[in-house]
Design a protein around this ligand. Structure first.
Ligand SMILES: CCCCCCCCCCCCC/C=C/[C@@H](O)[C@H](COP(=O)(O)O)NC(C)=O
Ligand SMILES: Nc1ncnc2c1ncn2[C@@H]1O[C@H](COP(=O)(O)OP(=O)(O)O)[C@@H](O)[C@H]1O
Ligand SMILES: [Ca+2]
Length: 523
């Protein structure tokens, strides 16, 4: 056999073969690389020193090519590894390079042109360095061309997406945190609706899906969207998922107030506890990611509760439930089945049935109201706010934490970090929903006062008297890491509205195994 890997084990003969017909490259015994996990193939220049050393010296004029491929490491981390094949026959070597390049070209889901937005101020302010050192070299290797925009102010990326010709790109990449992803997603969804003549202000209008995928290079403070869709916060891993052209659809919630569009959310939409943390932490940006611990502690001590009414329509067409412990993983069957069910309903013309579906109404005093479209797993809480929430099942998990003691609230928070069920408390309720509304008591009172003109406005009364014992304070919403000020919202989940360069969290047969070969993956 003429083809020899340069790193063949000492005891083997260096026997290696590449079977392009089966689209697999066998580089070493038991080390199979599927074609879809090859990053690049290039001719290798051999210098004199290499040529004269070791077992290659017998070859008179060797030729070589190098295959760069994905190697799986611990905790869902991917690395770009390489192997060089040697051969005496120049023509054969070129044939191999040609065949492998054609194999790569035939993979149509791989992006060729990307538009990249870098937030230089996100997280630890390392966005630019991360992109230049870890991502750009991989994109170059994979022959991906990238137009890079370094943002100069908030909303720069979003506004830019309305101006550029987005259709010449195969994907939009954002380098930053959840807030930066949110900005890019708003730009992309908004642009697509504009081009499709859809009015985002109408909460009932179905939205046009975005076929241009979004890639996230994590360089923010929480990076929960990256963590929950890839399984690790690691720029190199995310870059490799972009290169191989992965595709993970994602549910998006639209948030409206009185027929006015406010925002979209894909991860956490939180009122009370998480809204207050975010609002307080925005003033402490200089602290970097640590600001969340500081503001978290402060918000916990303030123990503020909020009164209001939540109403929602329980999701009927979904297969799972929030407490079934079925977490969303690569090729998730719950997401797939739910989508199939939805399509069947569409075919039967049942999609407007929701209008008649019953609304459940809950009035009360809440420490936190969280709606999550995905688990919201992040390094702070590896199982997330709702461990069994799904990326693409067209529903959100609505978590209501009613007023309770500080001690009980702490118990609830601590359960985000251990194996115990965080929903197993009498003051916590969780529902899987497709739509919900929230109105703060403050606003309800004001609205009823408008009808009852003679009455003194309660809201004013309370702000006039800060010592007043009535609790009519308002919180703000934490919408994927950006604040949103509205005491009444109407939320609707749009099934699989956007797509990411990701594949969800992979399941390994042996999660502890260090060097997993790709054939050890279950799915
Ligand atoms: C003993 C106390 C233990 C506390 C564990 C509490 C679990 C923390 C779960 C965090 C949920 C994260 C949801 C993601 C939110 C992001 O969108 C947002 C913004 O992220 P960004 O700064 O843009 O990366 N970050 C926060 C903390 O609000
Ligand atoms: N050049 C910039 N200057 C200031 N703010 C920016 C800039 N670029 C983006 N932003 C805004 O910064 C916010 C937070 O960014 P993000 O990358 O999520 O970092 P972090 O995770 O630290 O919050 C985003 O909402 C985004 O709109
Ligand atoms: Ca979902």
């Amino acid at each position: 056999m003429e083809l020899r890997p340069s790193r063949a084990p000492a005891d083997s003969e260096g026997r290696a073969a590449a079977y392009s017909r089966r689209a697999r490259l066998i580089s070493e015994p038991e080390n199979v690389v599927p074609a879809c996990e090859i990053v690049a193939v290039e001719e290798t220049e051999i210098d004199k020193k290499q040529c004269d050393s070791g077992k290659w010296q017998k070859m008179s004029k060797p030729h070589a090519f190098t295959v760069h491929y994905i190697k799986r490491a611990r905790n869902h981390r991917w690395r770009c590894s390489e192997i060089t094949f040697w051969c005496i026959d120049e023509q054969l070597c070129n044939q191999w390079i040609q065949a492998l390049k054609e194999l790569l070209d035939s993979q149509k889901s791989r992006p060729k042109r990307l538009l990249v937005y870098i937030n230089p101020y996100g997280g630890k302010r390392q966005g630019k360095r991360i992109y230049e050192q870890k991502v750009a070299p991989l994109f170059n290797l994979a022959s991906i061309s990238a137009d890079v925009v370094i943002t100069e102010h908030a909303n720069h990326a979003k506004d830019n997406l309305f101006e550029v010709n987005i259709y010449k790109y195969d994907g939009i990449v954002c380098v930053g945190g959840d807030g930066m992803f949110s900005e890019v997603m708003h730009g992309l969804i908004g642009r697509i609706q504009k081009d499709s003549g859809i009015d985002q202000n109408n909460p009932k209008t179905p939205l046009a899906q975005c076929s241009i995928r979004i890639g996230i290079i994590p360089a923010g403070s929480t990076d929960c969207i990256c963590y929950a869709t890839v399984g690790i916060i690691d720029p190199e891993t995310s870059a490799l998922h972009i290169i191989v052209g992965d595709c993970q659809p994602l549910d998006v919630s639209s948030i409206h107030h009185n027929n006015t569009f406010l925002k979209y959310s894909v991860s956490l939409l939180g009122y009370g506890f998480y809204g207050d943390i975010l609002k307080d932490s925005e003033k402490k940006r200089w602290m970097g990611p640590m600001r969340y611990d500081f503001s978290g502690f402060k918000t916990f001590l303030s123990h503020q509760y909020y009164e209001g009414t939540v109403s929602f329509q329980p999701a009927k067409g979904t297969v799972g439930s929030p407490r079934d412990k079925e977490s969303c993983r690569t090729g998730c069957h719950i997401c797939r089945q739910t989508k199939q069910l939805e399509e069947q309903q569409k075919n039967y013309g049942l999609e407007h049935k929701e209008v008649e579906d019953e609304w459940k109404v809950i009035k009360g005093k809440f420490l936190a109201i969280n709606a999550v479209n995905m688990s919201c797993a992040c390094p702070r809480s590896p199982k997330g706010l709702s461990p069994a929430a799904h990326l693409a099942d067209g529903s959100a998990d609505l978590i209501l934490v009613r007023k309770c003691s500080r001690f009980n609230f702490l118990r609830y928070l601590v359960r985000h970090t251990n194996q115990d069920d965080q929903f197993d408390f009498p003051f916590v309720d969780v529902y899987r929903v497709k739509r919900f509304q929230f109105t703060s008591k403050h606003l309800e009172d004001n609205e009823s006062d408008i009808k009852d003109v003679g009455k003194k406005r309660f809201g004013q009364f309370c702000s006039d008297h800060p010592a007043c014992c009535c609790n009519l304070a308002n919180s703000t919403w934490n919408c994927d890491g950006e604040t949103l000020d509205s005491s009444a919202v109407e939320v609707r989940v749009h099934c699989q509205l956007v797509k990411l360069f990701a594949r969800g969290i992979e399941i390994y047969k042996d999660e502890a195994a260090y060097n997993l070969s790709s054939n050890e993956l279950l799915s």
